[in-house]
Design a protein around this ligand. Structure first.
Ligand SMILES: Nc1ncnc2c1ncn2[C@@H]1O[C@H](COP(=O)(O)OP(=O)(O)OP(=O)(O)O)[C@@H](O)[C@H]1O
Length: 249
């Protein structure tokens, strides 16, 4: 099998007496969607925070594209192509969707030497930005201020920004949250396509989406991974059914 893009080994994160991440080992291979599921408070967000660099683990390692990134900051990880999407706050709401993606293209190109050029008029930015917007189905909304986009459209915009930044892996934290059935269906089909570009670690409560999309699933309970396997293996796993899935099929 190909080398994992992301390899998390024996990660531990405690908050006082609580081990929110308890010796977690999990990896992400090229071309796959690996879903991380578990009950509320299981530690999914805490794990994502450590992968993107907003929380420092107490012990364990995180390797990305073969490099130990355990002690790198958020910006350094993002520059390497490890980006958490759906941080809505990172979008500038007064700017258009297009301009937000152009800023991401500019960041990827390394902005220092073009610092004084107006972003709005630069075709080397608008072209790739429009391509990213087309890929997520937002080209028709490109000129609208982000404040006028729906919740679902903002999530599509986040993916466009991640594409424009050249992400080598996507960390998606509940992308379906707040979406209607139609939006969820559209996003499901888009993510199935997106994983070919870069693998996806997906935290998601919508089990229909998880079962439709995941190549592998890991189940987190009280900070520990209790099982990792294919959709069928996870559905059949007695420990998973007891701890979490009993009422989902
Ligand atoms: N900054 C913090 N300080 C103290 N405890 C925390 C902190 N962040 C999370 N926790 C605790 O760590 C545990 C794991 O929380 P986390 O938010 O990672 O779970 P989750 O699986 O993402 O939950 P949900 O599905 O509800 O989003 C919980 O018991 C939570 O209360």
């Amino acid at each position: 099998m190909a080398e994992p893009v992301l390899q998390i080994s024996n990660l531990v994160k405690s908050f006082g007496a609580l081990r929110a991440t308890d010796d977690v080992t999990i990896d992400l291979h090229p071309g796959e969607i690996h879903a991380l599921i578990g009950p509320n408070g299981a530690g999914k967000s805490t794990l994502i925070h450590q992968i993107c660099g907003t929380h420092a683990p107490n012990s364990g390692t995180i390797r990305f594209m073969g490099e130990d990134i355990t002690h790198l900051g958020v910006a350094a990880r993002a520059r390497k192509g490890l980006g958490r999407t759906f941080q809505i706050s990172s979008i500038a709401p007064e700017f258009s969707a297009l301009r937000n993606v152009m800023l991401a293209v500019q960041a990827r190109q390394g902005s220092s030497f073009r610092f004084f050029r107006p972003v709005r008029s630069d075709a080397s930015l608008t072209g790739p930005a429009m391509t990213a917007l087309e890929r997520v189905g937002l080209a028709g909304r490109a000129s609208l201020p982000v404040a006028e986009l729906s919740h679902g459209e903002r999530r599509q915009l986040e993916i466009a920004i991640a594409l424009a930044l050249g992400s080598r892996a996507f960390l998606l934290d509940e992308p379906m949250a707040g979406m209607g059935p139609e939006g969820s269906r559209a996003l499901t089909s888009f993510l199935a396509d997106l994983k070919q570009e870069a693998p996806i670690l997906l935290v998601e409560h919508d089990m229909d989406a998880v079962f439709a999309l995941a190549d592998r699933i890991s189940v987190l309970v009280y900070g520990k991974i209790i099982a990792t396997g294919t959709v069928e293996e996870i559905r059949r796993d007695p420990a998973v059914r007891t701890a979490y899935l009993g009422d989902h099929d």
